[in-house]
Design a protein around this ligand. Sequence first.
Ligand code: ATP
Ligand code: MG
Length: 222
Amino acid sequence: MFDYEDNRPLILKNVSFSLRGGQKVGIIGRTGSGKSSTVQAILQMINIKGGRILIDNVDLATLAGSVVREQIITLTQDPFLFPSSIRSNIDPLGTYNDEDISVALEKVKLWDILCNKVGGNNPDTKDVLDTCIDAGFLSHGQRQLFCLARAILKPGKVLILDEPTSSVDAKTDAQMQGVIRNEFGGHTIIMIAHRLSSLLDFDHILMLDQGSLVETGHPTEL
Ligand code: ATP
Ligand code: MG
């Protein structure tokens, strides 16, 4: 069996785990150990050799990939924004009103930054949201904040975060961790981190090495 478009052998071996609804699970491991690949496997985009992933006793492989991806909110390591308006980037389906969107952006402390960038004195919410942005409009860390605001708006009870604070300073990191804990308290959370220290209040940790699960347990046991 092969994975990825260039037919490399399967990267993940025997990575099996089972999550309960509402559980907070951390994934740690060195660079290249397979953390982001595990996210891809959860989203049914790649296979695991001899492994199964269950959420609430449902084997994700038994569901259609599109159904899994619809239910799970994902923040990737490389937050991407389209060259389009702020509004369509945060609310592509046009589901939310201006107030909902600006409140979500305020929660991640990005609203004032966006208003300042758009310029003018106290710009209209509508004008700010209709501003077209390009790839360089926000820094990498600001794009992470933007995607967190998008996650706050999105329905779904499972949130996956792939190193959500890798490009922000310590103060913003602490603020984002607070938002994640406050806004997603009832969600099932799967968070990837380089350090165990950011996951000490999590329920369970999975440690990967060279594509395999090498340790699992409560953060204080590892
Ligand atoms: P990091 O901490 O740097 O983000 P990671 O633990 O997330 O690392 P992965 O991105 O899962 O690591 O990569 C695990 C292995 O899979 C690496 O050897 C990588 O080269 C390989 N890999 C990842 N994505 C692809 C791809 N699209 N095609 C082929 N190989 C890939
Ligand atoms: Mg990664």
